[in-house]
Each structure stands twice: as structure tokens, then as C-alpha cells.
Design a protein. Sequence first.
Length: 336
Amino acid sequence: MKDKIDFVVTWVDGNDQNWINEKNHYLPKEKMAAIDNRFKDWGLFKYWFRGVEKFAPWVNKIYFITWGHVPTWLDTSNPKLVIVNHKDYIPKEYLPTYNSNVLELNLHRIKELSENFVLFNDDTIIIKKTKPTDFFKDNKPKDTVALNVHCPQKSRIIQSICNNNVSIINEHFNFKKSFKENLGIWFNPKNGKQIVRTLALMNCPRFPGFYQTHLPASHKKSIFKKVWELEPEIMNLTSSHKFRESTEVNHWMMKAWYIADGNVVNRKDNFGKTFHVTSEKFKNELDSIINYIIKQKGKIVCINDNENTDEQFEEGIKKIIESLDKIMPEKSSFEK
């Protein structure tokens, strides 16, 4: 890789009273509990930085997207770290916002951001040595490629967003033509068992949907600009929402764009793993999570914890932190 690769991570301090007051000013009371749970801090974020420093030291810059606060332990003087306030790059007509889709779909407006960048959530942690070609190869994003179907449910906004994404893709790409021209991508052995999804859906008249790994996403800044030019209505609509709504699109649409355009390189399906943990099944999955981390079975682990509120989960998080300490015991240069 001759081109630089930046990392982008978004973060919110859900305990900042000023942020809470501002958010609640716009948020209906009946939605407060559900929304607040999305911004809980379980103390894992410092391991995101340890993982980057230990297992991805080749990264060019880290763009830290924030409402205005930073963790108390973060050393903001680190030369690789760039603090970006929402108002630094998001048009003022969209602010303030508490919608991750707004933060992510406008990233191309950060002038200093490299053409090739990787977008992380703060619940995704690098746990094993990586190299630039894990994220980009031949200047193309890497991803696991497979078709999928999304089953909408009123209470699960993300499913509706996925359907909105694919509806845009089908406006710009002919499924049959794209599929035929890129058979090597769709049926690459690196897609693993996900090929079964593609086989089951390959006779659809249009793209039915795209398999998503819920892992860090490799992106190209130029494609964000292109989609904004081609689809300003849906991009503006999404960016006007202060909280996520079912009528939006998200950055997964860009990932689908690369695939439909044949501008992607296959990555093994076992590159990383996401644990969608809920309070009910967390106890059963805890050992699997700890084992995955300690044995470094993949390069990325995602602990998606949006639906957890109970004490049992808090106790489990302590054990997860202990497992992260075993593979990354030393402070990173990003910690004071």
C-alpha cells in the first residue's frame, strides 16, 4: 500500500451532563431510556487505542469524532491523534445531532482525511497483528462478499435502513450484469460459508441485500462524495434527523456500492467476530467472548452491547476487561 490509511472512530460520553441536557431537549421522553442505553460506557474504549498501537502501528492518523468531550484518560497531544468536533465538518443545518448515521455519512467533509480510511465503532477492538492489506488491497476496500435478505421489524430500525440502502443500490446498478461481471468476487473461497447465502439468492431480479459483518468498514472518501452528488435527497434527509429513523440510509450503503461496482477485494469471513450480546444470553456467551480474545482467534472482536442494562452484564464486562488486559497489559501512548 502506497496510499495512507487513516482510522476514524466515533465516541460519546454518555455521562456528560451538558450533552445529556442538550440531547434531552430534542428527545421525546418516551424514547429517553432506549436512547440512553446506546451511549453507555463500559470502560472498554482504552483497549481500542491499545489495540491500534500494538496491532496496527502502521496507521497514518486516527480521527476521533466527538460532540466536544474526550475521555479523561486520553492524551490528546499524541501526534497521530486528530480530535474532530461535530461542528468542524458537519454542516450547521444538521447540528446538533445524536445520530451516528449523520456523523458517518458526512466524513468526506473532513479535508485532511485520507482517501482510504477505516471506520470503527468504539465497541470494535483489534486483538491481533494486522497489516494495511487487511483493509485495502490494490487501492480497493476489503470485505466479505455475500448476498442477504433483511427482515424488517418496526422496533428494529437497522433492518429498514438496510432495505433503504439496497433500494438505492438497485437504482444505480443492474444486479444481473454486476453479478455476472464479478463472479470471482461473489464465489471467492474467502467468503466461506456465506457463499450459501449467495447461492440461495442469486436468481433474484434485483439485489436483495448485502451481508454485513458489523466489523470496521474500509471506505473511500471519493465514493462518499459521489453518492452525495447522485443521491442528495436521501443523504440530506438522513442528515436532517437528530436521532436514527427508519427512513434513513447508513454507511453500509457505501460498502454495498463497492461490491456492486466490483471495486472490492475479498477478505476472509473469519477476519473478526461480532458478539451481539443481550442480557438474556450474555452469561452463555461470556466464555466464548473471553476465549475468542485470549486465544486471539480473529483480528477484530466486536462486543455489541446496546441492549444490556443489568448487573450481570456489568460483572461480565469486568471479566472481558481482564481478558483484554492479558493480551494488552501495557498502557498505550494515547493514555495519560
